[in-house]
Write a protein that binds this ligand. Sequence first.
Ligand code: XMP
Length: 512
Amino acid sequence: MPQTIAVLDFGSQLTQVIARRIRECQVYSKIYHYATPAAKLREDGVVGIILSGGPQSVYAKTAPHPDPEIFQLGVPMLGICYGVQLMGHFLEGKVAHSKAREYGHGILAIQKPGRLFKGLPRKLRVWNSHGDKLTALPPGFQAIGTTENSPFAAIEDRKRNFYGIQFHPEVFHTDRGVDMIRNFLLVVCGVKQEWTTKDFISHTIEKIRDQVGKGRVLLGLSGGVDSSVAAALLHKAIGKQLTCVFVDNGLLRKGERALVEKLYGDHFRIDLRVADARKLFLRRLKGVSEPEQKRKIIGRTFVEVFEKSLKSIGHAEFLAQGTLYPDVIESVSIAGNPASLIKTHHNVGGLPERMKLKLVEPLRELFKDEVRRVGEALGLPREVVWRQPFPGPGLGVRVMGDITEDKLEILRNADAVLQEEMVRSGYYYKVWQSFCVFLPVRTVGVFGDERTYDYVIAIRVVESTDAMTADWAKLPHEVLQKASSRITNEVRGVGRVVYDISSKPPATIEWE
Ligand code: XMP
């Protein structure tokens, strides 16, 4: 086992972000429940402890407290936000409710760089989010940094190697935050950097084998990045014990099913079952034009088809899912937006309980970019690993109004042209999403000497970092021109192409 840093989780939403920063420093960490006995940490051989932030006040009745023995382990410690207040509370300092809640940016003035701030500038912008603060130092500690409102914004006890910081080094808004964490790991704890993507893969393979033993594992493959990487990883771990199910709902992009069959069936030789439910989906969607109604039908039918095909495979003990840590964030941050309702693959309507399947989620602690790195290391092709997001209801929410096979066919062909041009121009991997939308509006045109009366295709290309907000992409006119003229020339039924210049908000990325 690599040297382990323990992150004690006191309920902060940022605990996983701390773990991620530690991985960025190529160090192995494990998140522990806040009350984990010190003896357990000793047994696990942890070489450093980070106390996470948390929403409570250390004095609150229900406040989560660690085993006080952890302070006697002789292991270096870093308290972040609530973590430093715990140090104040348990090591005989003082913590009080602060009159001015400190939230947002502050300026940290470093008095003594010491080990924690080694190599950093003396003034840094840091991110605060706390109501309580340390008002008296615990014995043995001294202040090494201050902010406007906190004389003890950063503290150290050099003898015990205990450090505390009131702000959040793990968030992007704190300048050089990762360097502070790296200093804690490498300089204070003296850890070696030996935790890489390859190590993650071999460690996870062992964990999967441990968990499933000789059991059979089922996985719903969507063709997206997450389930693809999960499939490749599981396959490497347990080979033939894995069976993947791919539902063809008839709302896929051109060539999508063929790509999945070729990659997983032929290349990886995974036991892949394709449930062809195109007719069922289209029948149920017939004449339905209200977007929410469409989404509900698609979601319900998916679960039904998926469950049926799992049953037809025979007995299995496990259901694997490509759940990532950001899925949690995404479903929170787009709450109230239909997007948060439809993480069908991550929450298949109580299906695991109904079918008595235990969950296997090998990626649940990773962020998207980390998953992509794992995918690359497993040999997945670039077009799979760097695929743009695609909504669960697929083209169902990109054909406006009621869905017919003819409209889907037009959209598929137009979208394939756009994707080709996006890849060719190099913009496919630069933007967040690029796709076509079918508008059931017919407009007049002229083709040769003939009058035409054909449909409209809208091109939607957006830039974004998290899909919460998005900007329409200022693509070069030549790229748009090429896509537009190819679509009208090559796709029967399209007489006009328009470019969507709305940002989110107020528009959403998808049109329905
Ligand atoms: P909107 O349209 O809400 O989309 O701005 C935000 C992001 O979510 C994707 N999206 C979905 N993803 N199921 C999904 O898995 C859905 O029903 C769904 N609707 C939107 C969308 O493509 C964009 O990336």
